[in-house]
Design a protein around this ligand. Structure first.
Ligand code: WTA
Length: 654
């Protein structure tokens, strides 16, 4: 890239080019051209080739009620049928679908036939409880076979699932249950992580007791840790009892292509997380296309995405995409550092993983671990089964990219740096592994068919080499359909009037390289932080802080962090006097625990500083740019003359 000192270009190996579906840049360009020449025809061709429809569609894209777009509107299908029955019918019944590795290393393999039977039984159990098409089911579970089964079972009966990440607190769970109006909750007694058994059902009970959850009629509990749980008569059922006498077959509910497969809550720039609503047909189509083009999934691959099903990556790249492609995939319960920081590398060796997809934050923490402890260095493991690496969730810094390329990929595996979002459903900007020359730190070029560009505040395209706002020019099949229960918010957030309602606003800044046109994502342009690849709204954390009885005011900003990408820094004004010394330390602890309870441990501020006030303009606006500088420990260079109270800057220096 023109603005960096030394640009290294990594060409995919001849072998990678030879085996890939998109083989060489001409093949990539041909797909892009196909989509440019006949946009609807391009997606329709793939939708016909890749999905099995109960009722074939005749309409492709319906823009009549923009920005509420519809894809394949008159088609009917079932997502679970496409992931399971279809593969069994095509002779893959005995192929391993899931290789589950537990926290303690125990391995369980589930074939497509087994998975179909497990899903059908649980789908029947849910139907028996009265759960039906269109009902919402909240899933609050650890990484497990049952987690995938629960998602697929909902899809099978047309229930819309909403997964709440197992690390979220009772409050966060309650808010999501209430917003979704869920009729059932699926959880487990607890989860194993890093050799410890952690409770889940007790947190779920707490959530249900907080009020607002009367919509929940049934709670299904998977027995995992054997921890003590209270079962509420008439409401709670053990998973194993619920499925015990169920039939192994279950007629799928054939749903319209637009039927909401799931709602997944994600952070935005206001306090309340928003429920991103996804479709069935368009979503599954692009989940498969990402698997086939970006990961070039082949029948003999062993594929491993290390995400949690609580995030969108775990939806598209664990629960749906790989299964729809008939792949063999790993589902991992544990953490990368237990029993030691060589866990990922050992698992790649043991299971002969060929495609590995993880987040930059994991790579950075494992680089650190390997530097400190040679016995967990990837060089100690046989990683020769790998042929393709992926990165997702945040920008990957070139140093981490190069380490990943050399030490994990043996300088032979292409790295696909995949840019996408909860809202986009599938990959948007990414290299094609057998075509695109790679540049560390750049997610390179659009996925074939996706039309992205960079614009200024007025929506006018800026020239290559100039930074701006990332937008998508045309609707795509896997896109968000609406914000659950709040269509206005959907419109305002993603199709703002500033762009005449015509451009999808991703919320990220981007720049295209002046010569190659390659995209580099420059970070969020809204008040969203990215901590270890997890999206956190600053307002959400501020709301949690001010809900504490001692807190009068709070402002939260991000600060660059070597391992987590960004770290959360909170500036807090207490109702009482500004604490110092040991007292301040105690309040910091108290507030961190509090935020952990209000949202979840991932939202705990790493650094909390107290002031008698916050830096504000005379009109009372908090000067966040100043706070960001303070958080980084930078000297304040900007003009502070408009500041109401310049003296407090010293208090907030940290
Ligand atoms: C960021 C995760 C740079 C970006 C799939 C986006 C990335 C947000 C990349 C979405 C990447 C994700 N390079 N930034 N390859 N991938 N992001 O909804 O800021 O959890 O808007 O979806 O993560 O996060 P989300």
């Amino acid at each position: 890239m023109s603005n960096e000192q030394q640009i290294r270009i990594y060409n995919p190996s001849e072998e990678a080019v030879k085996r890939a579906r998109v083989s060489g840049m001409d093949a990539y360009r041909a797909l892009c051209k196909e989509a440019e020449d006949d946009y609807e025809g391009y997606w329709a061709r793939h939708a016909r080739e890749l999905l099995e429809w109960k009722t074939p569609f005749t309409q492709v894209l319906d823009e009549s009620n923009a920005p509420f777009f519809k894809w394949f509107g008159d088609g009917k299908l079932n997502v679970s049928y496409n992931c399971l029955d279809r593969n069994v019918n095509n002779g893959l019944g005995d192929k391993v679908a899931l290789i589950f590795e537990a926290d303690n290393g125990d391995v369980t393999k589930v074939t497509y036939k087994d998975l179909l039977s497990r899903v059908s039984k649980f789908a029947n159990a849910l139907r028996g409880m009265g759960v039906k098409k269109g009902d919402r089911v909240v899933i609050y579970m650890p990484m497990s076979i049952e987690g995938v089964v629960a998602m697929q079972a909902c899809a099978r009966i047309g229930a819309t699932h909403s997964i709440v990440f197992g690390g979220f607190s009772a409050h966060a769970l309650r808010d999501r249950i209430e917003d979704a109006g869920a009729v059932a909750l699926i959880t487990s007694d607890g989860q194993f992580r890093g050799g410890k058994a952690l409770p889940l059902k007790p947190i779920a009970d707490e959530a249900l007791g907080l009020g607002g959850c009367d919509c929940i009629k049934n709670v299904v509990v998977v027995k995992r840790t054997g921890g003590d749980v209270k079962m509420v008569e008439g409401r709670d059922t053990w998973f194993h009892e619920a499925v015990a006498n169920q039939s192994e077959t279950c007629e799928p509910e054939w749903v319209e292509s637009e039927h909401p497969l799931f709602v997944l809550y994600t952070s935005g720039s206001t306090g309340k997380p928003k429920g991103v609503q996804h479709s069935s047909g368009g979503y599954l189509l692009q989940a498969m296309m990402s698997m086939r083009y970006t990961f070039d999934i082949q029948p003999d691959d062993v594929y491993w995405c290390t995400a949690d099903i609580g995030w969108v990556t775990g939806h598209t790249f664990i629960a749906y995409g790989p299964l729809a492609c008939g792949a063999t995939e790993i589902v991992f319960e544990g953490v990368p550092t237990f029993p030691d920081a060589g866990r990922f590398w050992k698992m790649i060796q043991d299971h002969k993983v060929s495609i590995f997809y993880t987040a930059p934050t994991a790579i950075r923490s494992l680089i650190k671990a390997a530097d400190n402890n040679p016995s967990v260095h990837p060089g100690k493991y046989d990683l020769s089964s790998l042929r393709l690496l992926g990165s997702v969730g945040e920008p990957i810094n070139p140093a981490a990219w190069e380490w990943y390329y050399e030490h994990i990929g043996g300088s032979r595996c292409p790295i696909v740096d995949t840019f996408w979002q909860t809202e986009t459903g599938a990959h948007m900007i990414t290299p094609m592994p057998g075509a695109t020359p790679m540049v560390p730190g750049s997610c390179t070029l659009p996925f074939p068919g996706i039309q992205v560009t960079v614009v200024d505040e007025t929506g006018t395209e800026v020239p290559w080499g100039q930074g701006g706002i990332l937008v998508v020019k045309r609707p795509w099949p896997a896109m968000i359909r609406t914000v659950w229960g709040d269509p206005d918010r959907f419109k305002k957030t993603y199709y703002p009037d500033d762009f005449k309602g015509k451009l999808y606003l991703a919320g990220d800044g981007a720049i295209r390289d002046a010569e190659t046109g390659y995209f580099t994502i420059t970070g969020r342009i809204d008040d969203v932080l990215n901590v270890s690849g997890h999206r956190m709204g600053t307002m959400e954390i501020e709301s949690a802080l001010v809900a504490h009885e001692q807190v009068a005011e709070a402002a939260v900003v991000g600060r660059p962090d070597d391992v987590t990408g960004e770290a959360i820094v909170a500036f807090v004004v207490l109702k009482g006097p500004r604490p110092t010394g040991d007292e301040a330390k105690a309040v910091v602890k108290e507030l961190q625990t509090w935020v952990g309870q209000e949202i979840g441990p991932i939202a705990k501020p790493k650094d909390i500083r107290f002031g008698e006030n916050l830096p504000k303009t005379r009109s009372g606006k908090i000067m966040r740019r100043l706070l960001r500088q303070l958080a980084k420990g930078e000297e304040i260079t900007q003009d502070t003359s408009t500041l109401e109270n310049p003296a407090i800057l010293d208090q907030l220096k940290g």
